[in-house]
Design a protein around this ligand. Sequence first.
Ligand SMILES: Cc1ncc(COP(=O)(O)O)c(C=O)c1O
Length: 396
Amino acid sequence: MFESLQAARADAILGLIAEHRNDSRPDKIDLGVGVYRTSEGVTPVLDVVKKAEQILIDTQVSKSYIGTAGAADFNAAMQALVFGDDAPDERLTTIQSPGGSGSLRVAASLILRAAPDVTVWASEPTWANHIPLLGGAGLKLKSYPYYDTDKHVIRIDEMLATLRSLPAGDVVLLHACCHNPSGLDPSIDEWAAITEVVVERGLVPFIDMAYQGFAKDLDADAHAVRYMAARVPEMIVSSSCSKNFGLYRDRVGTLTILSGDSEAREIVDSQVNNVVRTIYSVPPDHGAAVVSLIIRDSGLRGDWLIELATMRGRLQKMRGLLSDALEEQAPGHDFSHLRRAVGMFCFLGVSAEQVAKLKQDYGVYMTDSSRINVAGITRDNVSYLAEAIAATLPAA
Ligand SMILES: Cc1ncc(COP(=O)(O)O)c(C=O)c1O
């Protein structure tokens, strides 16, 4: 049977990680990989996670299955974290999911059950796995303009014009904050304009929030979710705890569906749980139990907020340092867009040829699109990095 298979296309980022690992140059720099790292190059287990894990070890009495929806205390805590105090609870269903990816996958099946012919519109560009993941589940996908690669701004007018042309019921996939890969998020006014079109056209927002707390703070980063939840009849929100709790491999996230009313919510709730049963049956528990302890205990929550602010601050600082170093090393070239970005990613804004040269001549690794993860920058490597980038630029 398996003889009929062709090898799957290699994952570009995984290939880049392997190339970087095999590079023996001591000053090599990895700006490709999609995880947070400290100045020592480590993706740490947060101290608060260690504390919560110890509590779990001491108090957990069973490893029996949890239900398809996961743990009720975790779901309630996450719903409050994402939707805030004014959440329209009676219309919300939240389930625990295996990471943000698991949540997206369950959402895809739910959309297909509810409206098999709709198109899901994703930003151009978007997270590299959005299209394979949602398309692989069977959804039809198209894209709306988002990032202007020359001017390094959001193509808001073109985005709105595309949304205005969509048929009612189509789904619009949006990044709540820290847009991956561009690092550029709509302003408060732009979110209002997007919401207005969504309501006017009867579109369904599908918000992916993989970086809550990585741009400004937990509440500000949830603005789009909360603003839309107060104005649209239906919405899908996928949330990941991989980055903000550093729980990547433990697979923690939630899927929340906002239904038109409490009756519709009951039906959606039964369907979403049924979808889970047919895919992975029940979610993993450990990471979610850790997150639940942290969010619900004021002491642990305070500790978490400090560690979250440290991660966010480091990303901002490194982005600023690179921008300063480039101003010095590459006069006449404009890299001011780096400072406008938030979160882990942004585009450096160089060509694929320059990306190849950076890798070959300097051991600096990033994706062909020149998306960089600023967590790969340190005080020690930033001068070398700016020099390498400057050396690959055309004369100003
Ligand atoms: C925009 C976006 N959505 C979803 C995910 C998936 O996150 P998880 O690792 O929790 O599946 C990522 C991870 O990089 C992401 O960047």
